[in-house]
Write a protein that binds this ligand. Structure first.
Ligand code: SF4
Length: 501
C-alpha cells in the first residue's frame, strides 16, 4: 500500500530529520515554522504543487542539527527564521543559486589519521613488495581489524573466506548505506577520503579475485555522487581501475555506484544485496553467507566504508602500526559520530579502550544523564556506568554516540526510537512488524500515566519476545531502549501517575 498509494510530490521536496539529536536541537519548532509557512502538514503537498513536506530519519548531519534536505541539497543548523528564508528563496526561484546553510564536509576531518595517508600507498606497497593475495588478507588478519559497520567480523578472515569460495565471478560491495540515526562518519570519509575507500575496495578485489566493485550509496547522500564519480574517473585515468591494472596482466577491476532508495534495513548486508538485485530490501536467511553466495549468487565481500578506508591504511603502514593502538581484544582506532547534549559534536577518531566518561570530557558533555552508544540499535549507558569501556570486550559498537543531558525524558527517547523502527521494519517478522507497534502503544500509555504495573510487565515480556522472534538486527535490537529505560530509569517511569494493577 505504501508504494501503491504514493501521492504526487511537489517541485521542492522538503525532508526534515527527526532523529533524537535533531529533536533535542529544535526540529519540532522548525517543523512548526515549515507547516505555518507552507500551510500543510507533514506528508502533504501544497495545492500549487510547489512543496512537499515530510519527516525523515537521520540524514547524517546530527552535529549540525536540526537539518533538512530540499531535494538533494542539505541545510543544517536550522532555526525558524532560517527555514522561513529558505522557503522564500524557493518561492522566488532563488533556491538554485543559494549556498547550503551548513558546511556538510567539515568536522575534525583534518585530524583523522586518514589525512596523513600517502595517496595509494597501500597499492604501491602491494606492487613494490610483490604481495600475493594471501599476503594482503594475511596482513589484515594479523592487524585484528574488525568490521566497522557494527557487526565486528574480522576483515582479513572475511576476505580469506571469499578468496577460497568457489566461483569465477566475485564482487566487492562497499556498504555506504549509513542510515543508523546519529551516524555521519561515513559521509565525512566519502566526502574527504573517498580515494582511500576505493583503494580499499581494490585491495579487497586483489585479495579475493573479484572483478567488479559496487558502492551502495544511501539515497540521502545523493549530493556526494558527482564527487565520487569524479574520483572514480581519475582513478580509471591513472590505471588504478579498469583492465590490467597495477601492472598486473589479468587483474581487471572497476567500481560503479548504485543508489539506495532510503530504506534503513538495506544497511543489513543481505537486504542490501536483495535491493541491488532489484527486489525489495529484505534480509535473507543465513547461511549461506554472502562470502559464499551473495550478489547474483556469487561470492561477495560486503564491507563498510570505514572498514575499507582503514584497510588501506593498514596495508600501507603494516599491521604492527595498527596493533600498537587500542587494547588487547580491540585493535586500532575507531571513528565516532558524536551528537546530542554536548558542546563539541562531530566525528572523532579515538583508540579503542576509552571509557564513556573520557569521551564525554573530550566532547564537553559532562554531567550527562545517559549516553546511547552504537546508535539506536546499540546500548543506552546510564551515568552510573560511565566507567564502561568502548571496545569489543565491553561496548563493541558501530560509530554513533548520542549524549542525553539531565532533563531529557527517557520515555520520549523510547518513543522516538520505536517510531523509527516501526517505519523502517521490512515487515517479514511478526514480532518486529506488530510487536513494536504494541510496544509504542505501551510507551504512549506510560507517557500519559495510564499504564498499569501488570501491563508494564507484559511490555517487558513482549520486548524479549520481539528480540527472540526477529530475523535481523533491526528487530532484535528494537526493544533494547525499552528494556534499558526500565532497568535504569524505572523511577522516572514510575514517578508518573501509573495506575496500580
Ligand atoms: Fe524485517 Fe524486522 Fe524481520 Fe528484520 S526483524 S527481517 S526488519 S521484519
Amino acid at each position: 500500500f505504501h508504494f501503491i498509494n504514493k501521492k504526487p510530490k511537489g517541485k521542492f521536496i522538503i525532508r526534515l530529520s527527526r532523529d533524537m539529536s535533531s529533536i533535542m536541537k529544535g526540529a519540532k519548532s522548525v517543523a512548526r515554522q515549515l507547516r505555518n509557512d507552507l500551510g500543510i502538514r507533514m506528508g502533504e503537498t501544497t495545492p500549487d504543487g510547489m512543496f512537499t513536506l515530510e519527516w525523515t530519519s537521520c540524514i547524517g548531519m546530527n552535529y549540525q542539527a536540526p537539518a533538512m534536505m530540499v531535494n538533494n541539497e542539505v541545510f543544517s543548523n536550522l532555526t525558524p527564521p532560517k527555514v522561513h528564508r529558505i522557503i522564500e528563496d524557493c518561492r522566488q526561484e532563488l533556491y538554485a543559486h543559494r549556498p547550503t546553510v551548513g558546511n556538510v564536509g567539515e568536522t575534525h576531518a583534518s585530524t583523522l589519521s586518514y589525512a596523513s595517508h600517502e595517496p595509494n600507498a597501500a597499492l604501491n606497497r602491494l606492487v613494490q613488495q610483490r604481495m600475493s593475495p594471501a599476503d594482503v588478507s594475511g596482513e589484515l588478519t594479523v592487524s585484528g581489524l574488525k568490521g566497522r559497520g557494527g557487526a565486528g567480523f574480522p576483515t582479513g578472515v572475511k576476505w580469506n573466506l571469499a578468496s577460497k569460495a568457489e566461483g569465477d565471478v566475485k564482487y566487492i560491495i562497499c556498504n555506504a548505506d549509513e542510515g543508523e540515526p546519529g551516524t555521519f562518519k561515513d559521509r565525512i570519509i566519502l566526502g574527504k577520503y573517498a580515494d582511500l575507500v576505493f583503494e580499499g575496495m581494490t585491495l579487497a578485489a586483489y585479495a579475493v579475485g573479484a572483478t567488479e566493485g559496487i558502492v551502495y550509496l544511501r539515497y540521502e547522500y545523493t549530493h556526494l555522487r558527482p564527487h565520487l564519480e569524479t574520483i572514480l574517473a581519475a582513478r580509471r585515468k591513472a590505471n588504478l581501475l579498469g583492465e590490467n591494472i597495477l601492472g598486473k596482466p589479468g587483474f581487471c577491476f572497476d567500481i560503479r555506484i548504485h543508489m539506495g532508495a532510503g530504506a534503513y534495513v538495506c544497511g543489513e548486508e543481505t537486504a542490501l544485496i536483495e535491493s541491488l538485485e532489484g527486489r525489495r530490501g529484505e534480509p535473507r536467511n543465513r547461511p549461506p553467507y554472502p562470502v559464499e553466495k551473495g550478489f547474483l549468487g556469487r561470492p561477495t565481500v560486503v564491507n563498510n566504508v570505514e572498514t575499507l578506508a582503514t584497510a588501506s591504511c593498514i596495508v600501507a603502514r603494516g599491521a604492527k602500526w595498527f596493533t600498537s593502538i587500542g587494547t588487547e581484544r580491540s585493535k586500532g582506532f575507531k571513528l565516532f559520530s558524536v551528537s546530542g547534549d554536548c558542546a563539541r559534536p562531530g566525528v572523532y577518531e579515538l583508540p579503542w579502550g576509552m571509557t564513556v566518561q573520557q569521551l564525554l570530557e573530550l566532547v564537553d558533555g559532562q554531567g550527562a544523564k545517559a549516553v546511547q552508544v552504537g546508535g539506536y540499535t546499540g546500548e543506552l549507558v546510564p551515568a552510573s556506568q560511565f566507567d564502561r569501556v568502548m571496545g569489543y570486550e565491553d561496548l563493541g559498537i558501530g560509530g554513533s554516540i548520542i549524549v542525553y543531558g539531565q532533563g531529557r525524558e527517557m520515555l520520549e527517547v523510547a518513543e522516538n526510537y520505536l517510531e523509527f523502527f516501526i517505519e523502517e521494519s521490512c515487515g517479514q517478522c511478526t514480532g518486529c512488524r506488530i510487536g513494536n507497534t504494541k510496544l509504542l502503544d505501551g510507551v504512549r500509555l506510560l507517557q500519559k500515566g495510564t499504564c498499569s504495573n501488570r501491563y508494564l510487565n507484559d511490555l517487558i515480556g513482549l520486548s524479549h519476545s520481539i528480540k527472540t522472534t526477529s530475523k535481523c538486527g533491526l528487530g532484535q535490537a528494537s526493544p533494547n531502549i525499552f528494556i534499558a529505560i526500565n532497568e535504569h530509569f524505572k523511577e522516572e517511569i514510575m514517578a508518573r501517575p501509573v495506575l496500580a494493577a
